[in-house]
Ligand binder design. Structure first.
Ligand SMILES: Cc1cc2nc3c(=O)[nH]c(=O)nc-3n(C[C@H](O)[C@H](O)[C@H](O)COP(=O)(O)OP(=O)(O)OC[C@H]3O[C@@H](n4cnc5c(N)ncnc54)[C@H](O)[C@@H]3O)c2cc1C
Length: 312
């Protein structure tokens, strides 16, 4: 089939690659190229965050986890596997997505910094999005996918036998979806002083804190402002993020700021992977991945391929 994918973030590109691998002829049309998307801002740690429903998200995350483990073998992808710890300030049951991480272990008291009483440890993919989106794009092009930079005002403008709508927050207009909620997040990237372990403290009363070391830099975050579209990074917010990250990881105290980013997570009550016919043509929606678009990308893309396959 000739499939029009709309959107060139991590979801659109992953769908394009998987569709092309399945033998479809794919054209990607996107208002912003990969480097200008929300996906380019992501931390990006494999971690199911602000995405629902629980069962499907756990399945998509589990599948993507396996694929990222494979991709980490190839140094060109920008995917790394890193051990890390989620730190908790009060005792908690296993996370709802625990089935996706069979080797998840509860931290012992000697593995908890002062102020924390519980936590989990596991190895997760850490994805350097600037490298990874480039790699995904070249993989798509090598499979014959072409990419056109153009904003569509309606899905009817996409040319193909079927349309796959991967427009993230753009689905508010393109799919008329009023249930989408932007959740703004800000990050600051520091020179990596040699860190290899990621750390997550979602319960800091001053704000969620994460430290995600990639190859050359460390992504520090974060924020989650519900209802806020992204603008410019706020220096006051950045100072607060740095203060929390440096308190958690003192090795970051002398690390230089390399860059900063801000974006809004495309959040929805449930991730939408669903076929709908528009003007007599099948449209497969794939958007609303919240704070976990990278984490869910392969699982969702493979469901999209299955839905498109049923059309043929
Ligand atoms: C600060 C921050 C940290 C994050 N950290 C993580 C993390 O650690 N792990 C994780 O898994 N996720 C993380 N996320 C979430 C992740 O970034 C998103 O879930 C993901 O980027 C969504 O991808 P997407 O492809 O659906 O949307 P996007 O990346 O927004 O791409 C949408 C695409 O659609 C195009 N488009 C929109 N409207 C139209 C239109 N009308 N016509 C044509 N094209 C259109 C856009 O131009 C763009 O190309 C984070 C997000 C933020 C903001």
């Amino acid at each position: 089939m000739h499939v029009a994918v709309v959107g060139a973030g991590v979801i659109g590109l992953t769908c394009a690659v998987r569709l092309a691998e399945a033998g479809h002829r794919v054209v990607v049309t996107a208002a912003a190229p990969p480097a200008g998307t929300t996906s380019a801002v992501a931390a990006a740690l494999w971690y199911p965050y602000r995405a629902w429903p629980v069962e499907a998200v756990t399945r998509w995350a589990s599948r993507s986890r396996l694929v990222f483990a494979e991709l980490a073998r190839d140094g060109d992808t920008g995917v790394l596997l890193r051990a890390g710890r989620e730190l908790l300030r009060s005792p908690a049951p296993d996370p709802w997505w625990a089935a996706a991480v069979p080797e998840l272990r509860r931290l012992t008291p000697d593995q908890l910094p002062a102020g924390f009483v519980d936590g989990f440890g596991f190895t997760a993919a850490v994805i350097d999005m600037s490298r990874y989106l480039e790699w995904l794009l070249s993989r798509a092009k090598a499979l014959g996918v072409s990419v056109v930079v153009q904003r569509l005002s309606t899905v009817d403008d996409a040319v193909g036998d079927a349309v796959v709508n991967c427009t993230g927050l753009g689905a508010r207009e393109l799919a008329g979806d009023a249930s989408m909620v932007p959740v703004r997040g800000q990050v600051v990237r520091l020179a990596n002083p040699g860190l290899i372990e990621w750390l997550l403290d979602e319960e800091d009363p001053a704000g969620m804190t994460y430290v995600v070391p990639r190859h050359d830099d460390v992504v520090c975050g974060g924020t989650a402002d519900e209802g806020a579209d992204s603008g410019e990074p706020d220096p006051t917010v950045e100072a607060a993020i740095l203060s929390r990250a440096r308190a958690l990881v003192p090795a970051l105290l002398g690390a230089a700021v390399l860059s900063r980013g801000i974006g809004s997570r495309p959040t929805r009550p449930t991730v939408r992977v669903q076929r709908e016919d528009t003007a007599g043509r099948p449209v497969v929606h794939c958007y609303g991945h919240g704070g976990a678009g990278v984490t869910l990308s392969y699982g969702c893309a493979e469901d999209v391929v299955e839905q498109v396959g049923r059309l043929g």
